[in-house]
Design a protein around this ligand. Structure first.
Ligand code: 9D3
Length: 262
């Protein structure tokens, strides 16, 4: 899969592609990364890429001509690619969109800076826009890196396991279970006994339960949208019954009155 990134900070994107999984993906040929410096397509001695907004106000706007020229250059190396603008106005990025993008042979990612790009560029030269969410970045580069990171790890072969089972781990809408490594005791805190037991079925069951409990505690919204497995429904019902019992005990005038006890 080929990525062409248009930016005025090419060194940020180069650094991103030069270590870890991104570098490996490139070396294996699973990903091809090209970076185009928008400034190289700007005119004049100072190669200016921004200008003051019509109508006044603070901040600067990215000039259309350098963007247009940079996009034209990008399309020469990636003729089938959609042009994606990273912008706060875009579709919220999520795992489903990462999956969708990972099926494309080529993407052109345009990183805005300043207050944004001239509207005529987003209207005529951009196919769609992606946002990371409702917080303010200083530009699109970090968002482009997030999009590429989430997309590249889905490509066949990149994570080693060819048929990455993990591909559903967020589509099936559960948080991961807790992870532990050596030593078995750290600062007085033990690794859960079952994980040291070697009972693979019990371990798998503990992990599914822990994942469900963590999802319920930290992201109950995920349980509301997804469908529950039979095991999950049973666990939630059991917890529900237990909570009911505790509440009844309280309401009944206190079968266990221990005020502030520990
Ligand atoms: C005056 C209001 N703005 C500045 C506080 C609007 C604004 C302009 C440009 C806000 C952010 C940006 C730069 N952001 C991006 O290019 C960007 C972004 C983001 O800020 N949040 C989440 N996802 C993205 S994708 C690109």
């Amino acid at each position: 899969m080929k990525f062409v990134v248009l930016t005025i900070f090419p060194e940020l994107i180069e650094a991103f592609w030069s270590s870890g999984i991104m570098r490996r993906a490139r070396e294996s040929g699973a990903a091809i990364a090209k970076v185009i410096n928008i400034r190289d397509h700007a005119q004049g001695r100072h190669q200016v890429t921004d200008d003051r907004p019509y109508g006044g106000g603070c901040g600067m706007v990215m000039k259309p001509e350098p963007l247009s020229a940079a996009i034209r250059a990008a399309k020469q190396g990636a003729p089938q690619a959609p042009v994606i603008l990273l912008s706060p106005q875009g579709r919220r990025f999520d795992q489903a969109l990462a999956q969708e993008l990972s099926t494309r042979p080529e993407l052109i990612l345009l990183c805005g800076r300043y207050e944004g790009v001239d509207e005529r560029v987003s209207e005529t030269l951009v196919d769609f826009e992606i946002s990371l969410g409702d917080f303010v970045l200083t530009g699109g580069e970090v968002a482009a890196m997030a999009v590429m990171d989430a997309t590249v790890r889905l490509l066949p072969g990149v994570l080693g396991n060819e048929d990455s089972a993990d591909q559903d781990s967020f589509c099936n809408q559960r948080l991961d279970h807790a992870h532990f490594t050596r030593p078995p005791e750290f600062e007085g805190r033990q690794v859960p006994e079952v994980l040291l037991s070697g009972h693979h079925d019990l371990i798998a069951q503990w992990r599914r339960t822990d994942a469900l409990l963590r999802t319920f505690a930290k992201r109950p919204d995920l349980l509301r949208q997804g469908r529950l497995s039979d095991e999950e429904s049973a666990l939630l019902r059991a917890w529900h019954r237990e909570i009911e019992c505790i509440l009844r005990g309280q309401a009944g005038g206190g079968s266990d009155p221990s005020p502030g006890g520990r």
